[in-house]
Design a protein around this ligand. Sequence first.
Ligand SMILES: CC(C)(COP(=O)(O)OP(=O)(O)OC[C@H]1O[C@@H](n2cnc3c(N)ncnc32)[C@H](O)[C@@H]1OP(=O)(O)O)[C@@H](O)C(=O)NCCC(=O)NCCS
Length: 199
Amino acid sequence: MPTKPTVYTFTTKNGSPVRVRPLEPEDAPYLVDLFENMGEDSRYQRFLQALGKPEMERVWSEAEHIAGDALIHGRGLLAFCDRTERPDVPVAAARFVELAPAQAEISISVRDDMQGTGIGTKLLGLLIDEAKIRGITQLVGLVQSDNMAMWHMLKKQGYRMTRQPDGTYTFMTLHLDQPEAQMDAAAEFSPESYLTWYK
Ligand SMILES: CC(C)(COP(=O)(O)OP(=O)(O)OC[C@H]1O[C@@H](n2cnc3c(N)ncnc32)[C@H](O)[C@@H]1OP(=O)(O)O)[C@@H](O)C(=O)NCCC(=O)NCCS
């Protein structure tokens, strides 16, 4: 597949360069690659259902649906790294889908062996910038209540967040028109506060 222009770049916590470009309709193969490099827990956290060993036909059809929809109902970003096995490996994807004027639902995935290196935080920040450019003021999502990496990452973005817990899931709204001081947001997230914070 020909390489498309990079729109953003950043480096991971361990110094690997990451290139980011918009998700486009022909990007389903990259989404399938990413899915194949996510374990059961990550897949569950992303899709909120136990997928077991899904038929590849189903995986492809979902990837084609997500990629095909990317430019119609919202915006998506794909992140790539050069790895020893090959260049241009998709390492993360994030997108928002517009639900109502000024409101969109977000989702994000980072391949398992690159989680914890700062990619999710940076990519989410870029997606938020894209959302704001398009007049989105509320980003919403259903997140597993114990998905600490996601909660931590959301909180670090520095916007007011409201939460409605419902069983093992929590419906969250990130208010992009209500920035919080970054310092306060980080301070609220001491490890001891995790267990009480999302209640
Ligand atoms: C959630 C997800 C996107 C985060 O991406 P990532 O690249 O691993 O995140 P980052 O490395 O940028 O940051 C994760 C932060 O969470 C923190 N964190 C991770 N696990 C944690 C835990 N169990 N408790 C507390 N903090 C935790 C990390 O320390 C890091 O914070 P820091 O940079 O301040 O140290 C990634 O884990 C993922 O793809 N998960 C599966 C899919 C998913 O859950 N999607 C979200 C719902 S759509």
